[in-house]
Design a protein around this ligand. Sequence first.
Ligand code: TGC
Ligand code: FAD
Length: 387
Amino acid sequence: MAQLNPADLYDIDSLLSEEERMIRDSVARFVDERAMPIIAEHFDNATFPRELIAEVADLGLLGSSIEGYGCAGLGSVSYGLICQELERCDSGLRSFVSVQSSLAMYPIYAYGSEEQRERWLPGMARGEIIGCFGLTESHGGSDPGAMKTHARRDGDDWIINGSKMWITNGSIADIAVVWAKTEEGIMGFVVEKGMAGFDAPEIHSKMSLRASVTSELYFDNVRVPEANRLPNVVGLKGPLGCLTQARYGITWGPIGSAIACMTEVLDYTADRELFGRPLAANQAVQIRVADMARRITAAQLISLRLGRLKEEGKMAPTQVSLAKWNNVRMALDIARDCRDLLGGSGITTEYQAIRHMLNLESVITYEGTETVHQLVIGRELTGINAF
Ligand code: TGC
Ligand code: FAD
């Protein structure tokens, strides 16, 4: 019998370029050697592995899709593979890179002035300036158009008041890309750590994404110079355009989580003897792992096709919604099933499944909940806006 790779049943590997394989393999090495050995302890202690930032930057993983400004200028599939490998370790590690790259660097690149790009992007690529993205507010993240945070013009400055909730990297960030209502519409501002009236306390007691910093942002008459306003976008399409970039990466990330969980469970069920035979020798167990491989393969093909569409400049937000919904749901279901197949062992972080499972409870909520993405597709199919 031909021996297929359980994590790549359809030989997706052969559809990648030499460069894409090389990037994936170097991130995989970093993950296996540097991140995997420390991640469970960080998750247990609810700390973000800050000691990895410099290495992540040296590998060129921050703002990797951006051309120039010290960034790697990689293709979309390469960015996806980076997300997949990082999330094979932990969604928190991938979140850090997603937010820095797609939600903090991308808006400065896409909507900022040349001066703003030169000022922030090279330091962000080197991991010396950490960014966060403030869109969600406590009264309803799915409907960002209803935001209350506002900015009022005052001479050459803007005065920002309001608050943001659930902000990844918030307390460790040097700059926050903040979306606020103005008289002319929603605009983006780069708020700097230390500006008077700006505070970013960390949110504690999370049972999910414990190896990631999540924060609130408070703005009490924060005076921000016009030079910190992103000049080239007005309206909700600004932040939503960033979300399309980040959501694209998130379609790939959970493939990594699912592969980590399935691989662990294949090893575990091969070794564990119950009723005089390996657990893996039971039909009921084989059907469950077969179903995992089926769903992982479908997700891999969806993300690869999406990546190629993105590289051709043809990717539509609705296609991203379908992939985010499908792939996160796939990974969450697999992580839960793997947790069960590990029995009692599955409830500690000695094994990976419960950590991925808990993380994916956030991933299915952030960057548009599952329902939001279903409704985006429903709107596309019916032409009726149900929001
Ligand atoms: P709607 O009328 O549909 O659109 C307003 C304007 O935006 C444009 N647009 C998009 N542009 C780019 N990409 C997209 N995905 C876009 N979706 C819409 C649209 O063309 C329009 O432009 P224009 O020129 O006509 O003004 O807006 P709506 O108010 O009906 O909202 C639709 C809805 C519900 C889909 C949207 O509000 C939404 O996506 N809500 C979910 C919010 C969300 O995902 N928040 C995420 C916050 S960040 C985060 O979670 C980071 S976690 C990261 C990590 O740790 O990894
Ligand atoms: P709500 O919008 O209140 O939704 C509650 C429930 O209602 C959900 O099940 C939703 O699907 C459902 N629902 C909503 N609308 C409808 C409808 N029309 N019909 C039927 N059901 C509906 N945000 C940022 O801006 N920046 C970040 O860096 C960031 N990082 C995050 C990190 C973590 C760990 C988490 C958990 C969240 C983060 N978020 C961030 C916020 C995230 O984007 C929001 O949590 C998300 O958009 C959902 O908003 P909400 O939590 O207010 O839930």
